[in-house]
Design a protein around this ligand. Structure first.
Ligand code: AMP
Length: 219
């Protein structure tokens, strides 16, 4: 059965780290809209130029642009057994679009759909954001206080130099939280009403959250 999973939670709730692990665990592609958009920006595409204006302000990129990128990505062959979708949908409009995209791609294929919500205390989120560093090459995520690389500034996995995302500064982070609470948080009820929501406590260490995540995705 095709396994379709989406993940909800505020910026820096740990979704990126956990969903990358989950993608390896199930051998499914990790589809992350933030990274897809940043790749468009680095490649200097027209989509990237538009996206940059919104990302720099902590706002959502226009829905048509993101939906097109997601549809193209989910149509690829490596998604035929399922996907781990991180960062999409981020609004009720995008959630409706995802349903439509899945219907178009899946036809009468048997699928299982789950939405997992990462629930955690909000005070720690801003500090997580400003301490976050990531690898531009393999996508590994670190926290310079709580999960530092073995050698400062260097990715443990692939040896590339770590970078800080441009939107991981306090001002943009605040705007991203506002956007999250206004646009994305209502999706918790949206998926609860469809009976596909699982909630996990996302406080604690990477290993603790991982154990909780495995329980809800395997039940
Ligand atoms: P993220 O890497 O998930 O924190 O996303 C970084 C930024 O990319 C967000 O603050 C948005 O500006 C943009 N973005 C990512 N995913 C979406 C989406 N599904 N819809 C609109 N904008 C998005």
């Amino acid at each position: 059965m095709k396994r379709e999973m989406i993940f909800l939670g505020p910026p820096a709730c740990g979704k990126g780290t956990q969903t990358s692990k989950l993608a390896e665990y199930f051998n499914l592609p990790h589809v992350d809209t933030g990274s897809l958009l940043r790749a468009e920006i680095s490649a200097g595409t027209e989509n990237g130029k538009v996206a940059k204006q919104f990302i720099d302000k902590g706002q959502l990129v226009p829905v048509e642009l993101v939906a097109k990128i997601i549809k193209d990505r989910l149509s690829q062959k490596d998604c035929e057994n399922g996907y781990i979708l991180d960062g999409f949908p981020r609004s009720a409009e995008q959630a409706d679009m995802l349903t439509k995209i899945n219907e178009e791609i899946d036809g009468d294929k048997e699928t299982s759909f789950k939405a997992v919500y990462f629930d955690l205390d909000q005070e720690i989120l801003i500090s997580r954001i400003v301490n976050r560093r990531s690898c531009p090459k393999c996508g590994e995520i670190y926290n310079i206080k709580f999960h530092p690389p073995k050698t400062e500034g260097i990715c443990d996995k692939c040896g590339a130099e770590l970078t800080q995302r441009k939107d991981d500064n306090e001002e943009t982070a605040k705007a991203r939280f506002e956007t999250y609470f206004k646009e994305t948080a209502p999706l918790v009820d949206y998926y609860k009403n469809k009976n596909v929501l699982r909630t996990i406590d996302a406080n604690g260490s990477i290993d603790e959250v991982w154990e909780r995540l495995l329980k809800v995705v395997n039940d």
